[in-house]
Write a protein that binds this ligand. Structure first.
Ligand code: IPM
Ligand code: MN
Length: 372
């Protein structure tokens, strides 16, 4: 398959983790005989620094003429600490989601057996967790009218949803549940918010088209608690934009590190694939960022194009690294963490030579073998 991939690596650790994902995609291209072409473009704080715009037109053009977008991370503390900043890195990502019509953000959350001890939650609670979060991505409070009065003393953000916006993501969530454990949980705040009451009504009506799926409801406050009390009760979680943003960060605790959580944003012609973590400015340039979330986002990109064997090969290599504890500091258990780049090297090499088995296995795949 020929794929043209726009690479928007962004800020902070974004470029470091994204280069590892590209390395892995190149290995997949070699191993499975595909041709992937990568075109880089600016986004976020680095784009503001160079052009004054967090999503320059040129970047949008590159994305629109590609098959998919591989996204890194955006954000810079100099904007976080300045509430008066008019131009912000995040605007680049929000505009891109809107422009590409990416209304569904899919965030898989899995407890890897080898990492159970890394989570602050008890093993018996998280073992076996396998959730797919469907977060609405182009509506709600993120995109409603924003107001600030002239004195700067009163502000508001409007949360608006239409039936059509709810239906289109709900269909995707129900369909996903059909090939999983056949349960959808709608997370909302229908006891307080009118917009949530619309979600309940629309999703309940739509559920009649999916008689094989069990639909249940949770208020978001309770869902936040249930997620860490008993995460195994969830299969597909369907929710609006901001609730999904919050509970997916919370859910990352189950996997042991936010550095593992990948995501796919779909809905339009061109999908966007990005780790859920931020730009981790404190970690920038230190080689300590975990590239797995970015690498697994690349696997989601391949799955999106039906390249399931290829995606499985990435998953296998990632799981091998976790099993052997070839890991960055966030996950390391053996006291010898490796760098972002070395972890990418291992995964790349495992994809190219999966059959290697040797006493020196770890070193071979890290390119440190003494055997020539
Ligand atoms: C995410 C991020 C973004 C969001 C920010 C960077 C705008 O936190 O993708 O979850 O809130 O959607
Ligand atoms: Mn977020």
């Amino acid at each position: 398959m020929k794929l043209h991939i726009a690479v928007l690596s962004g800020d902070g650790i974004g470029p470091e983790v994204t280069s590892e994902a590209i390395k892995v995609l190149k290995a997949i291209a070699v191993e499975f005989d595909h041709s992937f072409k990568f075109t880089e473009a600016l986004v976020g704080a680095s784009a503001i620094d160079k052009t004054g715009n967090p999503l320059p037109n040129e970047t949008l053009d590159v994305c629109k003429s590609s098959d998919a977008v591989l996204f890194g991370a955006i954000g810079d503390p100099k904007y976080d600490n300045d509430p008066s900043a008019k131009v912000r890195p995040e605007q680049g990502l929000l505009k891109l989601r809107k422009e590409l019509g990416l209304f569904a953000n899919i965030r898989p959350v899995k407890a890897y057996d080898t990492l159970l001890e890394k989570s602050p939650l008890k093993e018996e609670i998280i073992k076996g967790t396998d959730i797919s979060i469907y977060r609405e991505l182009t509506g709600g409070i993120y995109f409603g009218e924003k107001k600030l009065n002239e004195e700067g003393t009163v502000a508001s953000d409007l949360c608006v949803y239409s039936k059509a916006e709810i239906e289109r993501i709900a269909h995707l969530a129900f369909k996903a549940a059909q090939s999983r454990r056949k349960k959808v949980t709608l997370v909302d705040k229908a006891n307080v918010l009118e917009s949530s009451r619309l979600w309940r009504k629309v999703v309940t009506e739509l559920a009649t088209e999916y008689p094989d799926i069990t639909l249940d409801f949770l208020f978001v406050d309770n869902a936040a608690m249930q997620l860490i009390l008993n995460p195994k009760q969830f299969d597909v979680i369907l929710t609006e934009n901001m609730f999904g943003d919050i509970i997916s960060d919370e859910a990352s605790v189950i996997g042991g590190s936010i550095g593992l959580l990948a995501s796919a944003s779909v809905g339009g012609e061109i999908g966007l694939f990005e780790p859920i973590h931020g730009s981790f400015p404190e970690g920038t340039g230190k080689g300590i960022a975990n590239p797995i979330a970015s690498i697994l986002s690349a696997a989601m990109l391949l799955e999106h194009f039906g390249l399931t064997k290829e995606a499985a090969s990435i998953h296998k290599a990632v799981e091998k690294s976790l099993e052997l504890d070839i890991s960055t500091p966030d996950l390391n258990r053996n006291g010898n963490p490796i760098t972002t780049q070395k972890l990418g090297d291992f995964i790349e090499d495992y994809i190219l030579n999966p059959e290697d088995s040797n006493m020196n296995f770890t070193n071979i795949h890290l390119g440190q073998s003494t055997i020539i």
